[in-house]
Design a protein around this ligand. Sequence first.
Ligand SMILES: N[C@@H](CCC(=O)N[C@@H](CS)C(=O)NCC(=O)O)C(=O)O
Length: 212
Amino acid sequence: MYQLYYSPSTASLAVHWMLIEIGAPFELVLTDTKTGAHKQPDYLKLNPAGVVPTLIVDGAPVCESTAILMLLAERHADKGLAPSVGAPERAAYLQGMVYLANTLLPSFRAWFYSHEPAGEAGAQAVQAVAQARIEAVWDRLDAQLAGRGPYMLGERLSAVDFLATMLMRWSRNMPRPATAWPHIARYLSRMRAMPSLREAHAREGLTDWIDG
Ligand SMILES: N[C@@H](CCC(=O)N[C@@H](CS)C(=O)NCC(=O)O)C(=O)O
């Protein structure tokens, strides 16, 4: 039985969604970032960075949403959410996960926590850079989806889709949300129809975005 330390609408959503999709038994442990639960000493023992998510796997904590998604895909290989070692799509899979983790995740951190790099005085400039970086990723992913779809890796759903969709959702209140890009919009229509994503939203009490 997995235990997922989560906070609604945050980086834990992709993990929550994947757990539902693979049908693995898990327990949700609310770690509400709004109340500071993620900075309490007991939680910091599990996740020293004081962020969500953390997944308890065989009694040990695993941090970093991207790593957790890759681990779950590997542990539940029968669900086909990661191309196996040596498969032709393996390189694109690794590249897709690391690209999202290295570009979008930090850029969203800068967008949502724009005071962090240079204090309140620098927040506006940090947001402007973050917005430009995020939009550049949408340009690239839109072109990718135009050329090969319907999923991020082509014909098959993979862990990349869980991470990409969650990050696209995070742009919903930005000046240009990801849905402003036509191929991404079409992609998200398909993803938002997935019963597992809808279930994750319902369980987290999220009502915006899922219906477009
Ligand atoms: N690299 C981490 C980032 C996690 C992260 O930044 N989580 C945010 C919510 S989306 C958080 O816990 N924020 C609370 C805080 O930093 O105080 C991951 O992918 O797991």
